[in-house]
Design a binder for this molecule. Structure first.
Ligand code: 5BU
Length: 474
């Protein structure tokens, strides 16, 4: 028997045991639906359980590589159990409520961080139940990128899940199921059309990506980035194993270039303040770009544009510095409104460029309020191709895993300088505050031996990042 015949047989069977019902129903969330699925009843029909698990194995699982299976509680648990037995792969169980005594674990079973887990679910509507399970598994450091489903109601769940880096394979879609039932004269044509119209009208809300950006490795986030510079920066970090951005706040061309020759292999980006260089010239830019290419790091000019769009457009492309010609990305304030972003976006036609928008500052007494910060993040949403990320200090500033949190104000010990700069430690900014790229200036530049110090910083920062993505924060 081919897949199609077997699927047809299963569809008819599900209809006959009332796991699929047609009529007028109201769902949990109060929406009226002409079709209702209750796959809980299958536990009373061992032959149906057997059919489902065999079909899932043959049709959806056979070619997947994974270490564990995990059913979404509760309807999918018996099916996951059967699949574990058929495929001889271990099963994990997620508790919906964590125990108040004993180990307090939310995942039962033996596993190691870094192993992969396949999700098993009966019906997907919005995808939110699958995501709850995915989230708990990812917290334990497990890799979860695939879910196999009996029925996809085609109401936005697969897109929501994909948005969260979970791909689904289903035995049936609502359309394929009702077409089989119609073909086999189980339902009328009118009913089939009614269900099709219902699917079109009733789409689940788009869930915000709930992949915790803090747990996702840089190489995965590169895939989710919409700005080309963010994509490049994530990839550079993953390849070079460094999330250190050196703030090279020196005032002569040779001191900057000499330092970069020594530390280039250890950084993912250099941050410049080009207007503090006393002997700036065109040749400096050529040499800077050559070093950046050779060592594979990006250039961020920390210009903090903050004027009306027309002026920013000129400041970016004209004058002595012509920043737009050589800087991969720049920083900008949201204070003047999104004219700044429109202006910078206007120069994006031929080359990839990016903007880090200032959502917070590291200095004491700065006037940025929580409302200002939220409005800054909301402004960025309209420019997905332009925005690389935010300069900020806190993990709750934004959620999008495709954007980068750039955090300055970092040294090995927490301290302050005499002009209001506040320094936090690598542990604090990465593990607690969510920094993705860490800006260090004087901590390295003012050290006796910057080339030794850069390695100390690189290693300390990378260690915190690997700890964070492993999910084991305690
Ligand atoms: P430091 O030497 O590590 O303190 O240098 C920090 C750099 O980051 C410096 O160039 C500042 O201009 C820049 N910076 C910052 O310190 N704090 C902020 O909030 C922003 C930028 Br935005």
């Amino acid at each position: 028997m081919g897949h199609d015949t077997k699927l047809e047989e299963l569809a008819i069977k599900l209809f006959s045991i009332d796991a699929v019902k047609m009529g007028e129903f109201t769902t949990k969330s109060g929406i009226k639906t002409p079709v209702y699925f209750d796959l809980r009843v299958i536990v009373s029909y061992p032959e149906v359980m057997e059919m489902i698990s065999n079909l899932l194995q043959e049709y959806a699982i056979k070619d997947c590589a994974y270490d564990h299976v995990c059913g979404v509680p509760y309807t999918a648990l018996p099916i996951a159990t059967l699949l574990s037995v058929i495929t001889k792969k271990s099963m994990l169980m997620r508790r919906k409520e964590t125990k108040s005594y004993g180990t307090k674990k939310s995942i039962e079973g033996h596993y190691k961080a870094g192993q992969t887990c396949l999700i098993i679910e009966d019906v997907v509507t919005s995808g939110s139940s699958v995501l709850e399970t995915v989230k708990d598994l990812r917290k334990e450091g497990l890799k979860v990128n695939k879910a196999v489903i009996i029925l996809d109601r085609e109401q936005g769940g697969s897109a929501n899940l994909l948005n969260n880096d979970v791909e689904i394979t289903s035995l049936f879609t609502m359309t394929s199921l009702i077409e089989i039932l119609y073909k086999n004269r189980k339902i009328t044509e009118e009913m089939m059309l009614k269900v099709k119209a219902y699917i079109k009208e009733t789409q689940a809300v788009v869930l915000e990506p709930s992949v915790d950006r803090l747990l996702l490795p840089y190489e995965k986030r590169a895939e989710l980035a919409t700005n080309q510079i963010a994509k490049q920066l994530f990839n550079i970090m993953a390849t070079k194993k460094t999330n250190l951005c050196l703030s090279v706040d020196l005032t002569s061309v040779t001191s900057i270039l000499d330092l970069l020759e020594k530390v280039g292999e250890h950084i993912c980006m250099v941050k410049t303040h080009v207007d503090i260089i006393e002997d700036f010239n065109k040749d400096f830019v050529t040499q800077l770009k050559q070093i950046a290419d050779r060592f594979n790091f990006l250039i961020l000019e920390d210009r903090k544009y903050a004027d009306i769009g027309h002026t920013v457009s000129m400041q970016y492309m004209k004058g002595v510095y012509k920043v737009g010609e050589w800087a991969d990305c720049v920083t900008a304030h949201s204070l003047p409104g999104d004219g700044v972003l429109k202006a910078l976006n206007g120069h994006m036609n031929s080359v990839s460029r990016g903007v880090f928008l200032l959502a917070e500052m590291s200095s004491e007494g700065n006037l940025i309020s929580p409302e200002y910060k939220d409005a800054t993040v909301a402004m960025a949403v309209k420019y997905p191709d332009l925005i690389t990320g935010f300069v900020c200090q806190n993990k709750d500033t934004f959620k999008d895993p495709g954007l980068i949190q750039l955090t300055p104000g970092v040294q090995l010990e927490s301290s302050k300088d005499s002009l209001g700069q506040v320094y936090n430690t690598p542990e604090k900014v990465i593990l607690e505050n969510g920094a993705d790229v860490i800006v260090v200036g004087r901590g390295i530049v003012a050290a006796k031996s910057p080339e030794t110090q850069v390695v100390i910083y690189k290693d300390a920062l990378w260690k915190c990042y690997t700890k964070r993505v492993s999910g084991k924060l305690e």
